[in-house]
Write a protein that binds this ligand. Structure first.
Ligand code: GLA
Length: 381
């Protein structure tokens, strides 16, 4: 893999010696189950064959030194004096270090090179990937047993409390525990996971609109608050606890916006469970229908889609061999995901690209994605 070689070579250039450890943590695409995670609900993501890589070696001293290939920049920080300085990408690394320490772990310093082939801001979770890669880097050299769920939760804490984005657990969990060839149905309350295979003869295609979400943390956090308010109104801990029947019986009591937001989450939870069932049966048609319905719900009820995402989804849905398509991730820009018949995929990619360019004037980046394994490290390569 090219990026793996790049970080190893850059390590030698930066530090004049060979790296001892190579860590990887993948990005993800969510097949269905959007904005359900922080409602204690269900998600169905898969880790993709794009990842953050860190080549590193432990050092004795009092500093962590990290060079980012993407930013061509070196940053250092002192583990005994961690403070938030808004220094960009390094805050993810510092945030994870801080949360590992808060959990009682003794950390060893390292020097390393960070590289990535996950496009940033594309809704493919490059932030969760750098968090888990950092956790794995520290764990590997500091004798911390690797417990993926614990590490996912610590990384989410870093994202929530250090970076300030009140995201749910989906991205960190799937980056940590992804499985080759499978998507994972994750119960975001218990953190139980079930692996579900992709239907035979299908591939997952990521359709990056090349639009990036701007200052939207506030919109994300606002959606979260709206959901929490409806849960409180129903007197339950989270929207996960409101059945469709209970919701329908009382939805007229809610204001329009609250009703729309809650309807998305409650129906999306059901769709996600149905999608996992369809996958177990190898029913690509049903899975595709659920993906299409999910897009409508996000567009009309949760209002997190954009013109570009809608055009991309329409272009994809209109192609031969496409079972279904929807926007994926937090929304307000980024990527869509499509389920496509393997034998039609090349034509699908070309025609979707062309259709999207005609409708928006923008160039899409399209990736045929393989379900990949979660965070790991190696000492020999
Ligand atoms: C972002 C968040 C996740 C999840 C999705 C929407 O990716 O990080 O926790 O809420 O949005 O499903």
């Amino acid at each position: 893999m090219a990026i793996q070689q790049d970080v190893l070579e850059a390590f030698e250039q930066q530090f004049g010696t060979s790296a001892e450890i190579l860590v990887q943590s993948p990005g993800r695409v969510n097949l269905i189950g959007e904005h359900t995670d922080y409602n204690d609900g269900f998600v169905l993501p898969m880790a993709i064959n794009r990842a953050i890589w860190i080549a590193l070696q432990p050092v004795t001293g009092s500093e962590v030194t990290a060079y980012s290939l993407a930013f061509d920049e070196t940053q250092t920080f002192d583990l005994s004096d961690l403070s938030h300085t808004d220094a960009g990408w390094i805050e993810y690394v510092k945030g994870v270090a801080a949360k590992l320490q808060e959990a009682g772990h003794q950390l060893t310093d390292w020097q390393g090179v960070i590289g990535s082939d996950i496009p940033m801001g594309a809704g493919l979770s490059s932030s969760a990937a750098i968090e888990l890669a950092t956790a794995q880097a520290f764990a590997a050299i500091s004798d911390i047993p690797w417990q993926p769920k614990e590490m996912a939760l610590l990384s989410q804490k870093a994202e929530n409390e250090w970076v300030g984005m009140k995201s749910g657990i989906m991205d960190q969990m799937i980056s940590a525990v992804g499985e080759t060839g499978h998507a994972l149905l994750i119960d975001c309350r218990s953190l139980d996971t079930q692996s579900v295979p992709l239907p035979d003869g299908t591939v997952v295609v990521v359709l990056d609109t090349s639009t990036r979400r701007g200052l939207v943390d506030s919109k994300y956090n606002e959606r979260r608050e709206q959901c929490e308010q409806v849960a409180a109104y129903f007197g339950v801990p989270a929207l996960r606890d409101v059945s469709l029947e209970a919701f329908q019986a009382r939805q007229h009591e809610l204001e329009d916006l609250s009703r729309m937001r809650a309807r998305h989450v409650i129906t999306e939870n059901d769709r996600t469970l149905d999608a996992a069932e369809a996958m177990r049966k190898g029913d690509a048609v049903k899975l595709g229908e659920l993906m299409n319905a999910s897009h409508v719900s996000m567009r009309d009820d949760f209002e997190i889609s954009t013109v570009e995402l809608d055009r991309m989804v329409e272009c994809a849905q209109g192609q031969e061999g496409c079972y279904g398509a929807r926007m994926t991730g937090g929304g307000f820009g980024g990527s869509a995901v499509a389920l496509v018949q393997t034998e039609e995929v090349e034509q699908f990619v070309e025609e979707t690209r062309q259709c999207y360019e005609e409708k928006t004037g923008l160039e899409a980046s399209i990736y045929i994605s393989e379900a990949s394994a979660g965070t790991s490290y190696i000492r020999e390569w």
